[in-house]
Design a binder for this molecule. Sequence first.
Ligand SMILES: Cc1cc2nc3c(=O)[nH]c(=O)nc-3n(C[C@H](O)[C@H](O)[C@H](O)COP(=O)(O)O)c2cc1C
Length: 206
Amino acid sequence: MKTILHVSCSPRGQDAESYRLSQKIIGHLQRQEPATIVVDRVIGDGRLPSVDSDYALSQGSAADVSDRGSMILSEQLVGEVESADVIVISTPMHNYTVPATLKTWIDHVARARRTFDVGAAGKVGLLRDRQVFIAIAAAGRFSGERARQPDFLTPYLQAILNMIGLHDLTFFSVQGTGSSPDNVARARTRTDEILEDYFDVSIPGA
Ligand SMILES: Cc1cc2nc3c(=O)[nH]c(=O)nc-3n(C[C@H](O)[C@H](O)[C@H](O)COP(=O)(O)O)c2cc1C
């Protein structure tokens, strides 16, 4: 049985555009592999606490504070990543990048001597690679010829997930959600078609 970890980052919860997109992705994955369970890690409600002083100490030195403060929550979040066969992250773009709550989740999960090591050549990821799907929603456009804003979200997630060993990343997005209802409907349809194409060719033997 496969496990999908779904990390949902929008303050709009299940009404979110990024959540809608992630459900489509999860639906395709479940069609490929019906015996799949989904573990939902909801962080968009803003209740994920920032890392604390014990955690900061552990990142700046080899001090063993593993049983203290937010090290315990960090271990739980890393465990969820390790147990997942596939990870789906649904996120809005906030101020050209990831929402603060997703940055907080990353602070917990990207941990020195646990999910990455530092050597002479730089940082080396310690997690086993696995598929990661990222479902992004943005009011404006951030890619393609009609982009009117910078994108610090995609390259940032790429760099940080690579750093902990996750390289098999696939990004999908619904862009232009701040537009008219007709345009939003068109953007959704376009993204749904891209998803269908992607998963059709990705089904082994299809
Ligand atoms: C704090 C905040 C910052 C935002 N910054 C951007 C931005 O930089 N670029 C953009 O296109 N949309 C921005 N938006 C709009 C959201 O990305 C957009 O409404 C998106 O569809 C929300 O997705 P969701 O429904 O999954 O939360 C911002 C929204 C909020 C609340």
